[in-house]
Write a protein that binds this ligand. Structure first.
Ligand code: UDX
Length: 481
């Protein structure tokens, strides 16, 4: 008898990717597949403090965590503007260590058979090189949006056509080399790294590698559902025929968990968050006191950082809008220092009146709260999917990675929000909040609800994402025959 399938899941060490790859890991465990999640030491240490995450996974006999070094010291901030150092650490330390681990077979033990499939983050080109050497199939997991992934896969053509890199001029010129988006995608909507500078050159190399490696893999998993990204997927499938659309992953995860037989005698957990930080739940009681659909929820995710100027513009804009707001001020999310004396008293007073500031929230629960009327977001892909599924329209203020592309799709393709990219001005923010909560509310709400319904159908039994997850499970099992 052949040993049972054993999947090695290897996320990029960031909140967004760790969050959704742990969800995929749990779904595979529930399907009877052995899973090892390989996290960097730093991410694992952070998870050790999140006892609810660890105790949830400890219920699965077919699940294990393993760790690998990212080559950085414990006190390295691993923040967005120093993330290149994380990539460099991964290149010099993690890559050779990973190769060594795979070749020595260190993931197999008395309780776990050898790895039969690797599911690495889409940016880990080295994983495919190692896997090809030892003849193990790779299925990439793309935690960025399909619309952004499509602009990654087209990067060689964008460069050949002279459309990338570009400087700050002519940002409103339409892009020609990304099929399916020619009528609405401007240069400013391409991933920020395509705007030529030094950082861009490094990241573009990583993306170019990704564009060359992803089509060579056995398949690609994306966090979307067919209705949402049909216009992009039809083109992408010409390059990567085997795409598994398993999104909205957080919804698919919740629905499968709800019906799954409990693996042990332990009580099922209601909190299935994979948050790396402690969540402040007091905001939910504050939301209970606010009128329906009145509150703007503000968060820029786990990595992005704003300047002190942007921080004050945002604060003024929120206060001047006159609407209640719930604002996640993640420690370290403001780049630079300011004195409390710099804060105008009226901002403090008005915030006491109508605002609530926290360091980290249970975001899915916040977005599901009836008081939430809109989400001012950095347009990270998880946040975008979570907002869509709760029927919450968005104001998009993108920073980098896939966020520029996502925000364009939110405003121009799905028509479920406003895109204020490349501006952070109090007048623009005040106007956008008022438009979102009042003027455009009905139009946006209609469109986002329709998408949420399609998303819910896709994860229900026989829905497209439900079926794609089954196909993924079957493919993984068949690779072991
Ligand atoms: C990163 C990139 O920035 C993003 O563009 C890419 O699409 C995925 O990887 P991140 O910046 O963390 O992700 O944003 P996002 O993808 O939106 O993920 C943030 C996650 O943190 C979401 O799942 C959200 O629910 C969670 N979150 C955020 C909380 O649980 N609490 C908070 O207070 C804020």
């Amino acid at each position: 008898m052949s040993p049972p399938p054993h999947v090695l899941i290897f996320p990029l060490p960031m909140q967004g990717p760790v969050n959704c790859m742990l969800k995929l890991a749990e779904l595979l465990c529930l399907s009877g597949i052995s899973v090892t999640v390989l996290n960097t030491d730093h991410i694992h240490r952070t998870l050790l403090r999140r006892t609810n995450v660890l105790s949830r996974f400890s219920r699965y006999r077919n699940f294990r965590f393993q760790t690998i070094s990212d080559g950085l010291s414990d006190d390295h901030p691993r923040s967005s503007e120093r993330f290149l150092e994380v990539f460099e650490g991964m290149r010099t330390v993690t890559e050779p260590a990973f190769r060594e681990m795979m070749i020595s077979g260190c993931f197999s033990s008395r309780s776990a058979s050898p790895v039969t499939v690797i599911i690495p983050d889409g940016s880990f080109s080295f994983a495919l090189d190692v896997a090809e050497e030892i003849q193990i199939p790779v299925i990439y997991f793309e935690t960025v949006s399909p619309c952004a992934l499509w602009t990654y896969l087209r990067l060689p053509d964008l460069i050949d056509a002279g459309e990338v890199p570009f400087n700050g001029n002519d940002l409103d010129v339409l892009v020609e080399s990304v099929p399916g988006t020619e009528t609405f995608l401007r240069r400013r909507d391409l991933p920020s790294f395509y705007r030529g500078d030094n950082l861009a050159n490094h990241v573009m190399q990583i993306i170019l590698n990704e564009a060359r490696h992803v089509p060579r893999a056995y398949g690609v998993i994306v966090n979307t559902f067919d209705v949402l990204d049909a216009s992009v997927l039809v083109h992408m499938r010409k390059l990567c025929p085997n795409i598994y659309c398993v999104g909205p992953l957080h919804t698919l995860h919740k629905s499968r968990l709800a019906v799954a037989p409990k693996p042990t005698t332990q009580k099922p957990q209601s909190n299935v968050s994979n948050s790396l930080w402690e969540e402040d739940r007091t905001c939910l009681s504050w939301l209970d006191l606010q009128p329906a659909k009145s509150v703007v929820y503000v968060s820029i995710g786990s990595m992005a950082r704003m300047t002190v100027d942007q921080f004050f513009e945002l604060w003024h804009g929120l206060v001047n809008s006159g609407k209640p707001f719930l604002w996640v001020q993640r420690p370290g999310s403001v780049l630079g220092e300011y004195d409390d004396g710099q804060v105008p008293q009226y901002l403090v007073d008005e915030t006491k009146e109508r605002g609530f500031i926290v360091t980290w929230v249970p975001q899915e629960e916040v977005l599901a709260h009836p008081a939430i009327g809109g989400f001012l977001t950095h347009s990270g892909w998880n946040s975008t999917m979570e907002s869509i599924m709760e029927g919450v329209p968005m104001i998009c203020w993108p920073f980098y990675v896939d966020q520029q592309v996502n925000s364009r799709f939110v405003s121009e393709v799905w028509k479920i929000g406003l895109d204020i990219k490349d501006t952070c001005d109090r007048v623009v923010i005040e106007k956008a909040v008022n438009n979102l909560i009042h003027v455009k509310r009905d139009d946006f709400s209609r469109s986002v609800k329709a998408l949420a319904e399609s998303g819910a159908r896709s994860v229900a039994e026989d829905g497209s994402s439900y079926m794609d997850l089954n196909r993924l499970v079957e493919d993984i099992k068949s690779m072991n025959l």
